[in-house]
Ligand binder design. Structure first.
Ligand code: GLV
Ligand code: MN
Ligand code: MN
Length: 399
């Protein structure tokens, strides 16, 4: 019987990032492809039948593929320089939970599937939870096909290279109908579970969140020959916009706003940029407040850009409203895990996208550093191994 730690150990060398530290496992990269192959082999070794649906979601079936199945799983892609647990913990726990259920001699009354969703982080193509958005029809497949990564490769081409037919991307009612209940186990990404208490929590809700791109246009020019008063430098505007983002969010209770990515074009030390792109992530429990915050940031960015002789354009890349998990399913998870507190999360998940369509719920596993999307994300071995027992308790109750 494999433990979660031995499963995670087996993939600990895949996708390490020697520059950023931690792991960089973008969707359909060599690293993520290797992880999908690892998952497929582990699932087959347990006698599970593995298939890939037309949106690139892996399904490993215990029993025959069936409508209304109990489905658990997570993702194997990562943010750039991410931790070892965000995604893989839920996948490894699902595999190990099947072993636990087998050892307990559980005879399921319904089919069980483990799913692996592609591009949960949106690290490569910009839209988070792209696989579950495609499955549920929450993104127009034409828009998905046209998304481009930093090298200009379209999602359509990347999907084709990964063996999918890009023409067949999009809402998949047959696959969706197979999900009777969805439970995602995931590393906790804040300080919600203390050292002395229970190691797992039941999820209640996901904070509404969205991504926007701000493009500041200026005049590309020579760093040596252009006098300071003659410049329209979008980097100078961008610096002030970033500060304005921080100030706007700090003034709004409960809000979080981040510029975690910036790109100067063309990006030369002795070149005044002609264009700067900033990616903005804004979150608040009240979606109207999120919209107001983004509007306020946009207004401030326009003024700042104009003062610097630049212009700015804003476009939305994705939005997920604040989502509460299915209460009946949440209660069942609480009954199966009576010690577990109930926690809301500020992080997005495929379970949140699915929650708009099928009963979905989450189980969070203690992270003593409280850090995530960073190499310092951490789960103690004992908690990782216990997570398979906890997930097995949940699955057994629901099977
Ligand atoms: C996903 O991890 C997100 O919250 O952005
Ligand atoms: Mn995740
Ligand atoms: Mn993440």
């Amino acid at each position: 019987m494999a433990t979660v730690t031995t499963l995670l150990d087996a993939i600990s060398g895949i996708g390490r990032d020697p520059v950023r530290g931690g792991y960089s496992r973008p969707v359909f990269s060599a690293a993520e492809t290797d992880l999908r192959a690892w998952f497929t082999a582990e699932a087959r070794a347990r006698g599970l039948g593995v298939e890939t649906d037309r949106n690139g979601i892996l399904w490993a079936w215990w029993g025959e593929p069936h409508k209304g199945a109990l489905v658990t799983g997570s993702h194997l892609d990562s943010v750039p320089g991410g931790g070892a647990f965000d995604g893989p913990l839920g996948v490894a726990a699902a595999l190990a939970a099947v072993d636990v259920l087998n050892e307990r001699g559980v005879q399921p009354n319904r089919s069980l599937a483990i799913t692996v969703f592609p591009e949960e982080e949106g690290s490569r193509f910009g839209v988070a939870c792209l696989g579950s958005r495609l499955l549920t029809g929450t993104i127009d497949p034409d828009r998905a096909r046209a998304l481009r990564d930093a090298d200009g490769t379209s999602f359509a081409d990347a999907a084709r290279a990964a063996g999918l037919d890009p023409e067949h991307l999009g809402r998949d009612d047959e696959s969706l109908a197979r999900i009777g209940d969805f439970v995602e186990l995931h590393v906790e990404q804040g300080r919600g579970l203390g050292e002395d208490g229970p190691a797992v929590a039941v999820g209640s809700s996901i904070l509404g969140h969205g991504r926007w791109k701000l493009t500041v246009h200026g005049q590309g020019n020579h760093a040596g020959t252009t006098l300071m008063e003659d410049r329209a430098d979008p980097m100078v505007a961008a610096a002030q916009i970033i500060t304005a983002v921080q100030q706007a969010a700090a003034a709004q209770p409960g809000a979080r706003a981040t510029v975690g990515r910036i790109q100067a074009v063309p990006g030369g030390t002795n070149v005044i940029a002609s264009r700067v792109q900033l990616w903005l992530d804004v979150r608040h429990e009240d979606d109207a407040v999120t919209a107001q915050l983004v509007e306020a940031i946009h207004g401030k960015a326009q003024k700042t850009a104009a003062f610097e002789g630049c212009t700015v354009a804003l476009s939305q890349e994705s939005f997920s409203p604040t989502t509460s998990f299915d209460l009946a399913l949440q209660r069942q998870l609480q009954l199966a895990l009576p010690q577990a507190p109930v926690l809301a999360t500020g992080a997005g998940h495929d379970a949140g996208i699915l929650a708009g369509h099928v009963p979905a719920g989450m189980v969070f596993v203690r992270n003593p550093t409280g850090i995530s999307h960073s190499p310092e994300e951490y789960v103690e071995d004992a908690d990782a191994d216990y997570s398979a027992q906890a997930l097995a308790d949940v699955l057994e109750a629901l099977l």
